[in-house]
Design a protein around this ligand. Structure first.
Ligand code: PHE
Length: 351
């Protein structure tokens, strides 16, 4: 059984802060994985979990992903992540004050952790967190002086990454006529659909939310795929853009795609899944290498003072990073995940 104690003992990160927020019943977890390359930074995920151990495990894995993400991209940032695990009877009316108390907790860490949005939080929430947590909060709304939601920028990076995938697979980066299947149409997936349609790709999608599917009914040229057919449907690129763990020993044998390239964090359920994809001849764009766009634009605009256009220009680097990863994997006969990890670890091991 996975216990909180063993999770805390076995994690290779620097520290874990856990706060029980009595007024709301939520648990706030701040996982600080590595400060080696810079201030540990990562989004705040807010959702319900079956239990605290699963929330903690998610925070730990996501924080490690952030360390790898910044290292692979060559950015001077460390990795961390926050999870706000809501109780089953959470009263949404208590959300603003919960976020303000969370901001105060961040502030008390004195710059040891900086945050932005993630699944379950948006720019408006960053405004509330920043009321007490500034200056350690990215992505406030533009009206409040922030760079806003990260979904479109993450989608842009994934889109450039897909070009790298096509270049590697077909010797041609163009997406025109390529069939891309999106699993999940949240803030990243929605923006990605627009980019793909503009590039004349054939777009297929699924989302578990009926309302999201209905809202997409009138978008021309995209096709809904029912959840039970998501993995089996033939396509060139399968793009996980929802939650993690979707590539596992049950789903990988079903896949009928040439490549996996999507915006979700922690797509592999376990490290062995990278080998499983490799053995099936499926090219995998490591999640932490392809989904840096959101954090990259936020940091570039808010810390480096770049305009949005200049920050988006920087996101084009995702393409070169992935081509390099694929090349190293080819040369060394390892999986793309191993290649990406080696590149990250080389940067992380420099004093
Ligand atoms: N959700 C973003 C990610 O996973 C988190 C983030 C946003 C981190 C903005 C830093 C700044 O990359």
């Amino acid at each position: 059984m996975t216990t909180i104690q063993s999770l805390l003992q076995q994690w290779d990160g620097e520290s874990t802060v856990i706060r029980h927020d009595r007024p709301s019943g939520a648990f706030i977890i701040i996982a600080i994985h590595s400060s080696h390359l810079g201030i540990p930074s990562g989004g705040t995920r807010m959702k319900m979990y079956p239990d605290l151990a699963q929330a903690l495990q998610d925070a730990h894995r996501l924080a490690q992903g952030m360390t790898l993400k910044f290292a692979v991209a060559g950015m001077k940032r460390g990795g961390g992540k926050a999870v706000i695990a809501l109780p089953p009877d959470f009263d949404p009316g208590g959300r603003p004050n919960l976020l303000r108390r969370y901001g105060a907790l961040i502030k008390s860490l004195n710059g040891a952790f900086e945050t932005g949005p993630d699944v379950g939080t948006a720019a408006e929430d960053m405004d509330l967190i920043a009321e007490t947590g500034a200056p350690h909060v990215f992505c406030r709304t533009p009206a409040n002086g922030g760079s806003g939601d990260t979904g479109p920028a993450t989608a842009l990076g994934v889109f450039h990454g897909m070009h790298a995938v096509c270049e590697r697979l077909f010797g041609d980066p163009a997406l025109a006529g390529r069939r891309v299947l999106l699993q999940g149409v949240g803030s990243v997936g929605r923006a990605l659909i627009d980019l793909l349609r503009e590039a004349e790709a054939e777009v297929l999608f699924n989302d578990i939310d009926r309302g999201v599917v209905d809202a997409l009914r009138d978008v021309p040229g995209i096709r809904f795929v029912p959840a039970e057919a998501v993995y089996e449907t033939p396509c060139d690129i399968f793009a996980p853009c929802a939650l993690g763990g979707v590539l596992n020993q049950d789903t990988i044998p079903k896949l009928r795609c040439r490549a996996v390239a999507g915006g979700a964090n922690n797509q592999l359920a376990e490290p062995a899944d990278a080998r499983r994809l490799h053995a099936r001849g499926i090219l995998y764009a490591p999640d932490y290498a392809i989904n840096i766009g959101g954090a990259m634009v936020a940091v570039s605009m808010e810390l480096d003072g770049l305009s949005r256009a200049e920050a988006e220009e920087r996101v084009k680097s995702v393409r070169g990073t992935l081509l390099h990863i694929f090349e190293v994997a080819g040369q060394e006969g390892c999986t793309s995940e191993e290649a990406a990890r080696r590149i990250a670890e080389a940067r992380l091991s420099r004093p």
